[in-house]
Design a binder for this molecule. Structure first.
Ligand SMILES: [Zn+2]
Length: 295
């Protein structure tokens, strides 16, 4: 082979090497380029997903915050339930006027008129079935500052004392009736009075069970430690006043049982004399709001 041939061959080999080298660089650049663009794509998807998840979490946090800030119906604490249980223990002379079985047009309205005139606040243990008949009377009592408490729905012993849970059912039904009547869905009656009282009688064991169920649901129950005897068939207003005096009997903290059902006309007629007597004896008129608001 002459020198020219050798030089040509050498040049060809050099070209092949250079070409191969460039090709390798191109392939390498192509692979790297693909890899980088894939990484960028993945990174972008990850960032988008992360942004969506963050947005959802933020929205959920805001919803939880709104939910937490929403006003809620007042629920009694254990301490407040105990205050109601200890209502008869007090240093000062105080009286809670309570009216059961209403509302009625014939008796509740004159009672409200009188209390309004004397600037006295009282407590009404309403029946859900009656609240549905006369919602405007309950609304008035509530707006005039009286405590609207709960006496169940039916007042039929065979119904309310059918089971311990039926007491809670009647409480809830009445609670809703009161909310509808007063136009405040956040109101809770919170305090229950057993029809016929919480102790004794044929349903005693069931009432004890019901008391526990009520407490588990943050509901207090209360009876009375004085009365005017308006459910005892007394014939005259004087007899009612005397029955009251006899049961008040110098106690410091009294919860007086009275009724504002439609047939209890003597109750509102004797009320001015009862109020006068209690004032003379130095009692201050209170509602359950006062007890629950105590610090
Ligand atoms: Zn009753």
């Amino acid at each position: 082979m002459d020198l020219i041939c050798i030089k040509r061959k050498y040049r060809n080999i050099r070209r092949i090497i250079i070409f191969s080298f460039i090709l390798i660089i191109f392939i390498y650049a192509f692979i790297i380029g693909n890899y980088v663009s894939e990484r960028i794509k993945r990174q972008k998807i990850f960032e988008e997903d992360f942004a969506i998840i963050s947005k959802i979490m933020k929205e959920q946090e805001e919803l939880a915050k709104i939910e937490a800030e929403k006003p809620k119906p007042k629920i009694l604490t254990e301490e407040e339930i105990n205050r109601i249980k200890n209502i008869y223990k007090a240093e000062e002379k105080r009286v809670f006027l309570t009216f059961d079985d209403g509302p009625s047009q014939k008796v509740t309205i004159p009672i409200l008129d009188f209390l309004n005139q004397e600037n006295i606040k009282a407590n009404f243990f309403v029946l859900g079935s009656r609240v549905e008949l006369y919602p405007e009377i309950v609304k008035r009592a509530y707006e005039e500052g009286h405590y609207i408490a709960n006496h169940g729905y039916s007042h039929k012993y065979s119904q309310i004392y059918m089971s311990s849970s039926s007491v809670l059912d009647e409480y809830s039904k009445t609670n809703q009736a009161v909310r509808n009547a007063i136009g405040n869905q956040l109101y809770n009656t919170n305090i229950f009075r057993f029809p016929g009282g919480s102790i004794g009688g044929k349903y005693n064991d069931l009432k004890n069970e019901a008391k526990c169920i009520l407490e588990q649901n943050n509901i207090a129950s209360i009876d009375w430690n004085a009365l005017n005897g308006d459910a005892e068939g007394l014939k005259t207003e004087e007899a009612l006043l005397n029955r009251l005096k006899e049961t008040v009997n110098n106690k410091n903290s009294i919860v007086i049982l009275m009724h504002d059902a439609a047939d209890k006309t003597k109750t509102y007629k004797v009320l001015p004399q009862i109020v006068q007597y209690l004032r003379q004896e130095g009692y201050e008129f209170k509602t359950f709001y006062d007890i629950l608001d105590e610090q």
